[in-house]
Design a protein around this ligand. Structure first.
Ligand SMILES: Nc1ncnc2c1ncn2[C@@H]1O[C@H](COP(=O)(O)OP(=O)(O)OP(=O)(O)O)[C@@H](O)[C@H]1O
Length: 337
């Protein structure tokens, strides 16, 4: 295999494999005359060139070959689509069987409701780890109707499921632009800088308080961070399943956030009691005592009520904005009809 890559002209290798081109550029290796093959070019490099990068001459070709194969593997796993996710019931906290089998399809938005401590996060956790009867609930998760392979369950770089948790702390001090561009590069996006601008613009559309791409990620507010992570999950994440533990009302436009996420043909599961979100999904799963006790399909009347709730919410948002702006709320309020 190594020989195959080695016999290609260097220009062709660099052209066909951007990861190799980036690698060579980062190492600062000297350029070669156009006609040389990759192997010839490596042969002609001075010993110091290898010494500087901490490799033996003979290792370099193998290393480049591995790089090409890894990129290929990543690309093919990104293509491995999830058309459906099936959740097979286990048992509740008392060991009573959950007699359900639920199938979610790309583009589905499903909400999870239930009292505090009832097991909503546990359900998200079961999906996140693609449980196979090995979690406290005994649930099982199938992908495209089949048991996931071990590789799919445990390969951290090929995650099927992205989970946005309530707390997000950045440990790096990068600007928002640098941070998202870095993610875009890892995802092998063709134009990382342009994609980063798109993600940031989307995040800004979701949050009341706009932020500049130059601002450090550590300076973002809770709502801004949340908006950025949602836009990133929607546009840059390869994971076809997105799990969200509550989009709290921290200055995030929840309706748009949901549209953005679901629009990308992902399966979105949200643990929430927010009526704007809970009634927007086609179904909601009711959890009691650790078990799925009911699955409610959103009715026509509930959809009609959702419109009313949206109007009321818009009115409340307006009041909130006025309070934020230091205004008084003294007029007699008229509720939307
Ligand atoms: N079927 C089950 N069998 C055994 N333990 C369970 C089951 N379901 C949930 N639990 C456990 O119950 C505890 C509470 O569950 P969880 O944190 O998921 O609740 P929650 O609904 O997300 O709560 P909150 O709304 O307060 O965030 C956890 O320790 C969880 O592992």
């Amino acid at each position: 295999m190594s020989t195959a890559l080695g016999t290609l002209p260097l220009v062709e290798v660099l052209d066909r494999h951007p990861a190799v081109a980036d690698f060579v550029k980062v190492l600062g290796l000297p350029a070669a005359p156009a006609a040389l093959t990759l192997a010839q070019w490596l042969d002609e490099l001075p010993d110091e060139a290898f010494f500087d990068v901490g490799m033996e001459r003979g290792q370099m070709l193998d290393h480049l070959q591995r790089l090409v194969e890894e990129v290929r593997a990543m690309e093919s796993s990104a293509d491995a689509r999830i058309d459906s996710l099936t959740l097979i019931g286990g048992h509740d906290k008392q060991g009573r069987m959950e007699l359900v089998e639920l199938t979610f399809r790309a583009g589905d938005i499903v909400c999870i409701v239930g009292p505090t401590g009832s097991g909503k996060s546990r359900l998200l956790g079961d999906i996140e780890c693609l449980a196979q009867g090995d979690t406290p609930t005994g649930r099982r998760v199938l992908i495209n109707g089949r048991e996931p392979t071990q590789a799919r369950r445990y390969a951290p770089d090929r995650k099927m499921v992205a989970q946005l948790s309530q707390n997000m702390n950045f440990v790096v001090d990068l600007s928002v632009r640098e941070f998202i561009t870095m993610h875009a590069r890892c995802r092998m996006v063709v134009e990382p800088a342009g994609m980063a601008e798109t993600v940031i613009a989307c995040a800004n559309a979701l949050t009341g308080e706009k932020f500049a791409p130059e601002v450090s990620v550590t300076q973002l507010s809770g709502g801004q961070t949340r908006a950025l992570m949602i836009a990133d999950a929607a546009l840059l994440s390869a994971s076809p399943v997105v799990l969200i533990d509550e989009i709290e009302n921290a200055g995030v436009d929840r309706k748009r956030a949901l549209e953005l996420l679901a629009g990308g043909e992902k399966i979105v599961l949200i643990s929430t009691h927010d009526p704007l979100l809970a009634l927007r999904g086609a179904r909601r799963i009711v959890i009691r005592n650790g078990g799925i006790s009911e699955v409610i399909s959103t009715s026509e009347r509930e959809r009609a009520n959702l419109q009313r709730i949206e109007q009321i919410d818009a009115m409340l948002m307006g009041i909130r904005d006025r309070l934020r702006g230091g205004l008084r709320i003294e007029e007699e309020l008229e509720w939307p009809n």
